[in-house]
Design a protein. Structure first.
Length: 108
């Protein structure tokens, strides 16, 4: 497993532990402010993982060249449909981050 992949998996395992902790907090009827703070931390951690996945996404980096090829060959380019499915995730990511709508957040 690649080092960056291993780091993402470890981060997701940590997030899963946080989620279990929040479930226990709810079961213990802890103060809502404490629960909401933990939920905010989970969201921030997930956003960080999402950003790392987008930065390393090979399909999105090749977007410019494959767009032109796809138009010429009408979808006959290998993997053409995969980048189309990835675009909604990119749009969601960019909407949450002010100024990231131009793709600068993922190194385009």
């Amino acid at each position: 497993m690649k080092e960056n992949t291993k780091a993402k998996v470890q981060r997701l395992n940590r997030i899963a532990g946080q989620v279990r902790g929040v479930a226990q907090m709810i079961a213990d009827e802890r103060y809502c402010i404490e629960i909401l703070q933990q939920i905010a931390a989970i969201r921030a951690a997930l956003a960080k993982v999402e950003s790392q996945v987008l930065k390393s996404c090979r399909l999105l980096r090749q977007r410019g060249d494959s767009e032109r090829q796809r138009r010429r060959t009408k979808g006959q380019v290998r993997g053409a449909g995969r980048s189309d499915r990835a675009r909604p995730a990119l749009r969601r990511h960019c909407r949450r981050r002010p100024g990231a709508g131009d793709g600068a957040a993922i190194g385009w």
